[in-house]
Design a protein around this ligand. Structure first.
Ligand SMILES: *[C@@H]1O[C@H](CO)[C@@H](O)[C@H](O)[C@H]1NC(C)=O
Ligand SMILES: *[C@@H]1O[C@H](CO)[C@@H](O)[C@H](O)[C@H]1NC(C)=O
Ligand SMILES: *[C@@H]1O[C@H](CO)[C@@H](O)[C@H](O)[C@H]1NC(C)=O
Length: 437
């Protein structure tokens, strides 16, 4: 008996000793992932990059914060030995809430197989949609400790939808699809935490220049930026996310909820003075109309006409002493840049506050985010008139969130925002992308 116990202990030890290192290596579990994101100078889209397929190929994708999922062009050059379409009524089709099941006659090939379920992938820049097969394939991205990128990790069965080559029209040069981070179970921001069992949080930090990378983190902080290794996740202001019960996608099945991130803007103040607005427009009605969402596919904040006019007029009144110059479309209020002066957080102009759940919680917009330098000499208030009956009253756009870090906590349904990083003497271009494996 004694001998056999010893023997067992010995084999257990051997097992541990020989097996353990290889299990550890193959089961490396990242706490967070990181992607670079760069502004495309001609379209003003934010373009990120992942690797997909077997063998892996790098794919450029337009970032869509409110996008429902990853979609890529499967018509042109999709070659992969691990591509697998989702069979009708499978768990994948249920997770994706697909409502359609179909046949395809010129396949089989990626994007065209029989007995597969489909979704309605959309180009949210041009607002066009199509029907496309739901599928899975390998996706590879870099892990991070919050300070540098680390080793690459793969998700073997990452769900995405096949778009078509024509759906790429209007996207930045070289882009092969869109990276949707929206409020669905199959968005990239839901699949990564599910694959590696980390917190359902992610953050975006968009750089204002097209010369350097901003950053997307999947997972919790730290989110550390040079030059002083400042962890931005420690100093965020939070506001609840609001669910819009009606889809705001260009193409959707009836009954679908919106995948966009809405926040509860209750009012707008300029230099502390309330702007008079029709507050009905600020809430979302039963048809899903109204409210405020955050968008990375809208370069400048778009406001319903009455809100737009009220905000521009109040802003102009606050700096009525400075003479205006001819407007440069699509903007209507412009000044000589040098007449505005400059501060650490951009041109010296009135502060615009989006008042949130109460008057002490606001999103403050400084000159760097409110003003757009349209040419060498002129800067304009960077908001755009969205017309009289837009679906969403305020679409808070890319220019207004650059150099601000936004963290979305899907589990707690809240969004944290940093306000301008320029105040902390850093920018979204200051994540250290040098790998530290
Ligand atoms: C799908 O099934 C139809 C018959 O229903 C057949 O003609 C077609 O070749 C099949 N396509 C694929 C991709 O298998
Ligand atoms: C405010 O907006 C709502 C929704 O568009 C509209 O029905 C209402 O007439 C507006 N109120 C005023 C005072 O303009
Ligand atoms: C960026 O990270 C690398 C790898 O850890 C490090 O060697 C380098 O010094 C860092 N750069 C700066 C500017 O701190």
């Amino acid at each position: 008996m004694a001998i056999s116990t010893k023997f067992l202990l010995f084999t257990a030890f051997l097992f541990f000793f020989f097996v353990s290192p290889s299990t550890q290596a193959s089961s490396f579990r990242p706490k967070a992932l990181v992607l670079p994101v760069k502004k495309d100078a001609s379209t003003l889209q934010y373009v990120t990059q992942i690797k997909q397929r077997t063998p892996l190929v790098p794919l450029k994708l337009t970032l869509d914060l409110g996008g429902e999922y990853l979609w890529v062009d499967c018509d042109n050059g999709y070659v992969s030995s691990t591509y697998k379409p989702a069979r009708c009524n499978s768990a994948q089709c249920n997770l994706a809430r697909s409502k359609s099941c179909g046949e395809c006659f010129d396949g089989p090939k990626p994007g065209c197989n029989n007995n597969t379920c489909s979704l309605l992938p959309a180009n949210t820049v041009t607002r066009t949609g199509t029907i496309g097969e739901l599928a899975q394939d390998v996706v590879s991205v870099q892990s991070t400790n919050g300070k540098n990128p680390g080793k690459s990790v793969s998700v073997p069965k990452f769900l995405f939808t096949c778009g078509s080559t024509s759906l790429l029209e209007g996207l930045a040069n070289g882009v092969k699809g869109m990276a949707g981070l929206g409020r669905t179970k199959i968005s990239m921001s839901s699949q990564f935490p599910a694959a590696f069992s980390f917190r359902r949080k992610f953050a975006i930090c968009l750089s204002s220049t097209s010369n350097s990378n901003g950053v997307i983190f999947f997972g919790d902080g730290p989110y550390t930026f040079l030059p002083r290794d400042f962890d931005i996740s420690q100093s965020l202001i939070y506001t609840p996310l609001i669910l819009n019960p009606v889809s705001t996608s260009p193409a959707f099945f009836s009954g679908e909820k919106s995948a966009d991130y809405f926040i509860g803007v209750k009012g707008i103040t300029i230099n502390g003075n309330a702007v008079k607005l029709n507050t009905t427009l600020l809430s979302i009605n039963k048809e899903g109309i109204g409210g405020t969402k955050i968008s990375t596919v809208t370069p400048y904040t778009v406001m319903e006409t009455s809100i737009y006019r009220a905000v521009v007029n109040a802003f102009v009144k606050e700096i009525s002493k400075i003479p205006r110059v001819a407007a440069v479309a699509p903007f209507t209020a412009c000044w000589k840049s040098e007449s505005l002066g400059s501060t650490r957080v951009g041109p010296g102009v009135p502060q615009i506050d989006l008042v949130l759940q109460n008057k002490n919680v606001f999103w403050r917009i400084f000159g760097a985010n409110s003003m757009v330098q349209v040419n060498d000499k002129v800067s304009c208030l960077g908001f755009v008139d969205g017309g009289l009956n837009p679906t969403t009253s305020i679409v808070f756009g890319g220019h207004q969130i650059e150099d601000n870090l936004l963290q979305i906590d899907l589990a707690a349904s809240k969004i944290g925002f940093s306000s301008s990083l320029l105040f902390r003497q850093t920018t979204c271009a200051n994540f250290n992308f040098t790998s530290n494996p």
